[in-house]
Design a protein around this ligand. Structure first.
Ligand code: ZN
Length: 247
């Protein structure tokens, strides 16, 4: 509905949203969550998240596409971590790692990367990855059966499908097509929320100098930086149509 291409889906998005609620709360209980009342990073994440969520909800509803966000119950949290990372589970459950903030440097760049993660979620990219993994590693079992028979493995596949793996080398390969779609729709979502999409160019250039043993999903496909920047420049005129600066 968003990507305009046929997508492979073995699992129901509503089942994944249900699973996300549990997995999100477990993740938060195992990490140090920063409060927006005494962390300016968490306050920025909350502010940017609320703006993006509000503007895309308004947009899809007013264009008769409210179903795109069916079941969404947005949550935004920031955890204390040196890792440069962020992700969005099904249903709008977002986590930003505080290690990302020194790279974003400003709220517009934060909106670019949060828009990117939210775009993966809305385009159901995690569902595609989870569906493929269920076929390849679980013999095509239904999600509820897999959860009953192999709960630990199934939960691990879920986390890996959404870029939340913690083991080096355990990541599922990311599709370049998904990455390009997330870049494109992420730009539009940031622009709709009043953030200048042009900031994406210097931001992804800053990001390209970040490296680590266990890269976040947005670096793990090792996209050629030039290809990414070239694609962003190509999307820019469309994204700018959605951009009105907020006050
Ligand atoms: Zn990505």
């Amino acid at each position: 509905m968003v990507t305009g291409r046929k997508q492979f889906s073995l699992v129901k998005e509503s089942d994944l949203q249900l699973m996300a609620t549990t997995q999100y709360n477990t993740f938060l209980s195992e990490n140090k969550v920063l409060s927006s009342s005494n962390s300016k990073d968490a306050a920025a994440v909350d502010r940017v998240g609320a703006r993006i969520a509000n503007s895309i909800t308004k947009y899809y509803n007013s264009h008769g596409k409210g179903l795109v966000l069916e079941g969404y119950k947005w949550e935004f949290n920031t955890i204390a971590s040196k890792d440069v990372n962020a992700w969005c589970m099904p249903g709008g459950k977002v986590v930003v790692y505080s290690g990302l903030l020194p790279v974003t440097q400003n709220e517009t760049a934060l909106a670019i990367v949060m828009g990117h993660e939210i775009a993966h979620s809305i385009a159901k990219h995690g569902n595609e990855r989870m569906s493929q993994a269920m076929v390849q590693q679980m013999g095509g079992l239904a999600l509820e059966v897999a959860l009953a028979q192999k709960p630990k493995e199934t939960q691990e596949l879920f986390l890996l499908s959404y870029g939340i793996g913690s083991q080096v080398g355990a990541m599922l390969p990311w599709s370049r097509q998904q990455e390009t779609e997330a870049d494109k729709f992420g730009l539009i979502y940031a622009a709709m929320a009043g953030y200048n999409p042009l900031e994406a160019i210097p931001f992804w250039q800053r990001m390209s100098s970040v490296s680590g043993a266990n890269p976040p999903e947005f670096l793990s496909t090792h996209p050629s930086d030039e290809t990414r920047i070239r694609n962003l420049k190509q999307f820019m005129p469309e994204a700018l149509k959605y951009y009105t600066p907020h006050n």
